[in-house]
Unconditional design. Structure first.
Length: 444
């Protein structure tokens, strides 16, 4: 099989897209006053259908004003948090070796390019997040008396996005507060969606999923090892070794820490193949990495099945604690525990009202809810960056101008706007520097 087939297909798709765009340009079908226009490399397919719906939804002005004021506060908090995270990453990057440095693909939250975002779940979640993000911009704009010229689809090969084209003259003529409400609307929408999908996933997992046993989940069994000799397999759950209950990964490691090669130890585990508990014994082999230590021959998951369920249901109340639990929820893809698929689904059985459901269909739905929450959280945080032309960049410009207005009372509106623009450029350069730093510095 051609190892470059994926790249060749991607190149062919990009070339075909470029040919179509060029043909539309030559035919005079592209332009800012036409239904088709370009936004950078992306093709904008514009329509005025739906503008009346934005007017209807935006007529509840008092409600949307209060909601969007909350959005400004959330966006400011997110902006400070993401900047603090970038600074912390920059400090850590100084101590990383070239092999530990992240790849550029990991900085792009694009399904199929970022290695931890599955292309199917990722594209669906990204499209939902972008579409509702843009719709919220439109609703808040109309509630603040700002015109919307068009809305539609933003196409740039993959994925498909959406846009709401606001009236730029109205945006510049209105007050900074109203303009900021519109800018923060998308961030607020993504955070709200993340909460909604998180709660839905929590409710589904809480009521419908139960671990088959209390122990550590087996993710890999090395062939020809003692574990393979007793028929341990991925998807099984080790519950006890040598009399020690292996209810955590730390207990699993400690249960083998004082063993020796040739020692016979008792092993209890839940077998996914038989659907029951197995009690047996095995003679340990010499450890390939620690001299004089017994070796079983298995790798276990980062979280136990019970810990995984607790993390998905209520990460703040997980056994890891209120700080580490939410971090575990976010890094599940890095730990290869999300999407839950393959042998990982064998750790659980369905219960409650969905006990008779097809497990494959159930986990597809559960994984989709997770990625809808995860991608919307990512979109909200990313758009809060003080980086032009993101929402956070527009907000930072006005934040800077508002602060200057309090300290420089002699400045007129033009000078304040100019200062805000300069501050936004400076913050954008800082963000770009911090982003590049974590990839470049470890490799110097």
């Amino acid at each position: 099989m051609d190892p470059y087939l994926g790249y060749e297909i991607a190149l062919a798709v990009v070339v075909a897209y470029a040919v179509v765009v060029y043909a539309l340009h030559r035919a005079g079908r592209l332009g800012p006053d036409r239904a088709l226009s370009l936004f950078g490399p992306a093709l904008m397919i514009k329509t005025k259908r739906g503008l009346a719906a934005l007017d209807r939804w935006g007529r509840f002005r008092r409600f949307w004003t209060r909601v969007s004021d909350l959005g400004i506060t959330l966006a400011a908090i997110a902006m400070a948090a993401i900047l603090a995270l970038l600074v912390a990453d920059a400090v850590v990057a100084v101590r990383l070796s070239p092999s530990q440095a992240p790849s550029v693909q990991e900085a792009l939250g694009i399904p199929g390019i970022n290695p931890i975002i599955p292309i199917g779940y990722g594209i669906v979640a990204l499209v939902v997040g972008i579409v509702l993000h843009e719709l919220m911009h439109g609703v808040i704009a109309r509630s603040q008396g700002i015109g919307v010229k068009s809305l539609g689809i933003l196409w740039c090969v993959v994925p498909v996005g959406a846009f709401v084209e606001q009236n730029d003259e109205d945006m510049m003529a209105t007050t900074r507060r109203r303009r900021d409400r519109v800018a923060a609307a998308g961030v607020l929408a993504n955070f709200a969606l993340a909460v909604v999908f998180f709660v839905a996933l929590s409710a589904v997992i809480s009521s419908s999923v139960a671990p088959n046993a209390n122990g550590v989940g087996v993710v890999y069994v090395q062939p020809g090892t003692p574990a393979a000799n007793i028929s341990l397999a991925p998807g099984d759950i080790l519950t006890s070794i040598n009399g020690t209950a292996t209810t955590t990964t730390a207990l699993f490691e400690s249960s083998l820490a004082n063993t020796t090669p040739g020692e016979t130890v008792a092993v209890d585990y839940y077998s996914a193949a038989t659907g029951g508990l197995v009690a047996t014994s095995v003679v340990l082999a010499p450890s390939p990495s620690v001299a004089g230590r017994g070796f079983l021959g298995v790798s276990v998951d980062y979280l136990t099945p019970s810990e995984l369920k607790a993390t998905l249901v209520n990460p703040w109340g997980s056994p890891a604690g209120p700080f580490e639990g939410p971090i575990n929820w976010i890094v599940l893809p890095l730990a290869t525990l999300e999407p839950i698929q393959g042998s990982t689904t064998s750790y659980f059985h369905l219960t409650g009202a969905l006990a008779s459901s097809d497990p494959t269909a159930f986990w597809i739905g559960a994984n989709l809810l997770y990625w809808l929450a995860w991608m919307n959280l990512l979109l909200g945080l990313s758009n809060a960056l003080p980086l032009v032309p993101l929402d956070g960049g527009l907000l930072f410009r006005d934040f800077a101008a508002s602060i200057a207005a309090r300290w420089k009372r002699g400045w007129d509106a033009a000078r304040l706007d100019a200062f805000g623009g300069q501050a936004a450029v400076a913050s954008s350069l800082l963000v770009l520097l911090l982003l590049a730093w974590q990839f470049i510095v470890p490799r110097l």
